[in-house]
Design a protein around this ligand. Structure first.
Ligand SMILES: Cc1cc2nc3c(=O)[nH]c(=O)nc-3n(C[C@H](O)[C@H](O)[C@H](O)COP(=O)(O)OP(=O)(O)OC[C@H]3O[C@@H](n4cnc5c(N)ncnc54)[C@H](O)[C@@H]3O)c2cc1C
Length: 411
């Protein structure tokens, strides 16, 4: 590694951060990538497939993991967050707090710890729709390829010892502690990404009352083979839906909630319509939209989905979702082209919720919380923390931020 004050710190190990870190490291910079989850990949790792090609995101991620593994200039800390930053362009001091994983690099991911573990906890990778063992690998191809122990397991001495005893490689360290590390770096890339808008505040969708009103990110996990239903798109009662309605702009373009358009939700619903139609050819899909926004060449993807007779589009705003007598859901709204009241029956409703930016440290943000460029340089936002967008433009942002950070190092 080079002089300490020549390093680049990348905060956030989603696709934007991974790209920035790799692009900088592969042209000779020393890079530290920190991620608060126990794995890299961010939200992309939680997608079933991604548009426009509909390939599984694991393909692209695995190539990146291989590049990371093979690059001695790139150091990764997971379960880590920045707690303080001081200094300026070319000379920052950063405090990073790293949480204990309780599993060291002797782990071979054999899974014996999980077999011995009786405690189950909510599975955040599947948006808590199911439980997982408290000795866990976040998902099958997660990087770093290493198990982790949930703190609830470690706080039960007998249960934790049973799990530790099951490990043949001495990989479990129950004395692992949280620690703070001070880093000296020349530049910081903030790639802290986004969280999914929580629709519970939009009362008329009734997410607290109706188990079959879910969000778009949840549908990604329902469709994924490692998801809570092993890839089956099912209602809460375990049966397949026959009519799935997507409600676009759920909370978006609404000054009471998210005043902006997230730019990807239309494409996400079009993509998810293909999941439903492919898996349940008898099921109908209706997409209730204000405007369908599919920029550039992604319009072709819209046209392809439009051609499917099982998918209907209604220009409308849904104003209420109620339980239907005898089961199912009733959506009320207005068909704005026909200029009349709309009533739709459905048995699964997917809310196309938007992207809410995660906090980019102490960087200044716009009115919606998206990071603004930093005057004087030294700190560079990249990806969805800067604007809501899809993966290819996020990758471009990551590369641009890497170039700017390299200039800070060389100044
Ligand atoms: C339902 C849905 C489906 C989508 N499908 C597609 C698709 O098919 N194709 C496509 O191109 N795009 C799709 N997108 C958009 C895509 O998910 C984003 O473009 C992508 O996730 C942006 O990556 P990112 O790295 O900017 O953010 P993220 O993926 O959010 O990664 C940010 C990372 O930073 C970490 N982090 C956050 N805060 C901190 C902190 N303080 N310290 C350390 N780490 C931190 C997070 O844990 C996370 O790992 C979809 C979006 C939605 C809502």
């Amino acid at each position: 590694m080079a002089d300490d004050n020549k390093k680049i710190l990348v905060v956030g190990g989603g696709i934007a951060g991974i790209t920035a870190a790799l692009e900088a490291a592969e042209v000779g910079s020393d890079v530290i990538l920190i991620e608060r989850n126990p794995y890299l990949g961010g939200r992309v790792a939680q997608m079933y497939r991604y548009f426009p090609k509909l390939c599984p995101p694991t393909c692209g991620l695995e190539i990146n993991y291989k590049r990371i593994k093979g690059n001695p200039r790139l150091e990764v800390f997971t379960q880590a967050e920045v707690t303080a930053v001081s200094g300026q362009d070319g000379d920052f001091e950063v405090q990073v707090e790293i949480q204990p994983r309780y599993v060291n690099d002797k782990c071979t991911v054999c899974g014996k710890c999980a077999e011995a573990c009786e405690l189950e906890v909510d599975n955040p990778f599947n948006y808590n729709m199911n439980k997982m063992k408290a000795a866990y690998r976040p998902f099958g191809s997660s990087y770093p390829a290493r198990y982790a122990l949930h703190p609830d397991l470690v706080s039960d001495a007998a249960a934790a010892k049973k799990v530790a005893d099951a490990c043949e490689y001495g990989a479990i360290d129950l004395d692992d502690q949280a620690r703070t590390q001070t880093l000296k770096v020349a530049a910081i890339v903030w790639a802290t990404g986004w969280d999914s808008f929580d629709p519970k505040d939009v009362e008329y969708y009734g997410t607290d009352k109706h188990a079959d009103v879910i969000t778009n990110v949840m549908l990604e996990r329902l469709a994924a083979p490692e998801g809570p239903t092993s890839g089956k798109i099912l209602k809460a009662d375990g049966n397949a839906p026959s009519h799935v309605v997507f409600v676009q702009c759920a909370g978006s373009r609404d000054e009471h909630h998210l005043a902006y358009c997230s730019g990807v939700c239309c494409l996400a619903s079009l993509k998810q319509a293909t999941y439903v139609r492919e898996q349940l050819p008898e099921a109908k899909v209706t997409i209730c939209y204000i405007d369908i926004r599919t920029p550039d060449r992604l319009e072709d993807f819209y046209t392809t989905v439009q051609a499917d007779e099982g998918v209907s589009f209604i220009k409308s705003k849904i104003a209420d979702i109620a339980a239907k007598e005898g089961g199912g859901l009733l959506l009320n709204g207005e068909d704005t082209i026909a200029g009349k009241r709309l009533q739709l029956e459905a048995d699964l409703v997917v809310l196309a919720t938007g992207l809410v930016p995660n906090k980019p440290g102490e960087l200044e943000t716009d009115d919606y919380g998206f990071a603004l460029p930093v005057e004087g340089g030294g700190q560079y936002p990249a990806g969805c923390v800067m604007k809501p967008t899809e993966v290819s433009s996020t990758v471009q942002d990551g590369t641009a931020a890497a170039l700017q950070a390299i200039q800070s190092v060389r100044r």
